[in-house]
Design a protein around this ligand. Structure first.
Ligand SMILES: Cc1cc2nc3c(=O)[nH]c(=O)nc-3n(C[C@H](O)[C@H](O)[C@H](O)COP(=O)(O)O)c2cc1C
Length: 205
């Protein structure tokens, strides 16, 4: 059985959704069964309209019960005030039952990001997810400098050793670039290789 990874996103203006599709390509190329989900929305339709939000990404809404099925998770997080949005926090805060039973202990986790600006907090967003993984006993997998575009200072390129990323601009007008997409594929591939090795080892034992 291939390893199973759920890519869990919140994406108001689809930058994270675009990155998630690239991460999924990388995971699939590593032989992983990879599905994209989104967390439940907490904002009203009225507020979403005022925020000029387009229709939601065409992916299922994750439930807490779904989490037990996967071997690992890659969370796609659009930064809010340097950390995760309330929608992702609300979902993670609803995993108390899984924490109590240790259901997520030993599963793998990683993160990728979108910010409006280059210095808007991609790395602080990463740090502030790690407490959840630590409390659940999950294994955090960073990206490292595994894609050469992370050394490229010739243009704006989102991402960091903590995960792939994009820089959306304050009005969302900047689209995910090819280099950012390639970094996202690398993250999926690397995460996929690690988790596949682990799942194969567990099956053989
Ligand atoms: C309430 C709010 C807070 C935000 N805080 C930040 C921030 O701290 N740093 C930043 O660079 N961008 C910030 N942004 C911009 C979002 O990160 C950006 O819209 C998002 O990454 C785009 O991803 P998406 O298209 O997947 O929704 C904020 C946006 C909102 C609505």
């Amino acid at each position: 059985m291939p390893a199973k990874v759920y890519i869990i996103i919140y994406s108001l203006y689809h930058h994270i959704y675009t990155l998630a599709q690239e991460v999924q390509k990388g995971l699939v190329s590593a032989g992983v069964d990879a599905k994209i989900f989104q967390v439940p929305e907490t904002l009203s339709d009225e507020i979403l309209t005022k925020m000029h939000a387009p229709p939601k990404p065409d992916v299922p809404v994750i439930t807490v019960a779904d989490l037990s099925e996967a071997d690992g998770f890659l969370f796609g997080i659009p930064t809010r005030f340097g950390t995760m949005p309330a929608q992702i926090k609300a979902f993670l805060d609803s995993t108390g039952g899984l924490w109590a039973s240790g259901a997520l202990a030993g599963k793998f986790a990683g993160t990728f990001f979108s910010t409006a600006s280059q210095h808007g907090g991609q790395e602080t967003t990463a740090f502030t997810t790690v407490t959840y993984f630590a409390h659940h006993g999950m294994i955090y997998v960073p990206l490292g400098f595994s894609n050469p575009h992370l050394f490229d200072n010739s243009e704006v390129i989102g991402g960091s050793p903590y995960g792939a990323g994009t820089v959306a601009n304050g009005d969302g007008s900047r689209q995910v670039t090819n280099k950012e997409k390639e970094i996202a594929v690398t993250q999926g591939e690397n995460f996929g290789k690690i988790i596949s090795t682990y799942v194969k080892g567990k099956t053989a034992a």
